[in-house]
Ligand binder design. Structure first.
Ligand SMILES: [Zn+2]
Length: 183
């Protein structure tokens, strides 16, 4: 069973994952929690924006191959380097064969509206997809997109900056803002 959790910044993805981890913990399941080491914000732990935490290991696809009969949680799938997407999906299939339950969370879109290939691939093989939304910074409606408000240039998927310089925006406000640029 594969569950994907996706949405923009501030949509509660990590919080959702930590809730699921605590549930598995209560059922005394074997638990493995990972995130890519490329997330340098809180090494060794998942931290949700509402302050909840859980210890985790750096994601290693080779190490994960030896896990059986466990609940596996992976946060920040969008930070797995794009060139590892196929290997990542192969590993997820293998983990399913080894009777693991897999929960994975990550951003849906980059700040320049590109789909994250790692998340798209993961969602394509998921049994269940939980789409979370955040509160739009402009209209307070359901935001699906993460707008970058930092100063560095953001180009492709790999250039997507890690940090807190993002805010959730709904597609309507995003497109209205773009239309205004043309006027
Ligand atoms: Zn809006």
């Amino acid at each position: 069973m594969i569950t994907a959790i996706t949405g923009p910044v501030c949509s509660g993805k990590t919080e959702y994952l930590i809730k699921r981890i605590n549930k598995s913990f209560a059922c005394s399941s074997d638990i493995e929690v990972y995130k890519p080491y490329q997330d340098t914000r809180n090494p060794g732990k998942l931290v949700s924006r509402n302050g909840e935490e859980f210890e985790c290991e750096d994601l290693s696809l080779n190490m994960m191959e030896s896990v059986w009969n466990s609940a596996i949680f992976i946060d920040e799938i969008n930070l797995i380097p794009v060139e590892y997407t196929d290997k990542f999906i192969e590993t997820i299939f293998l983990l399913c064969k080894q009777e693991n339950l897999i929960y994975g969370a990550g951003l849906n879109l980059t700040s320049n509206m590109l789909v994250y290939p790692q998340m798209a691939a993961f969602m394509a093989i998921a049994d269940d997809i939980k789409v979370l939304t955040a509160s739009c910074k402009y209209c307070k409606g359901a935001a699906q997109y993460s707008e970058y408000i930092g100063k560095e240039e953001v180009k492709g998927v790999q250039d997507h900056k890690i940090g807190y310089d993002f805010r959730p925006v709904c597609f309507s406000c995003k497109f209205v803002a773009e239309r205004k640029e043309y006027l």
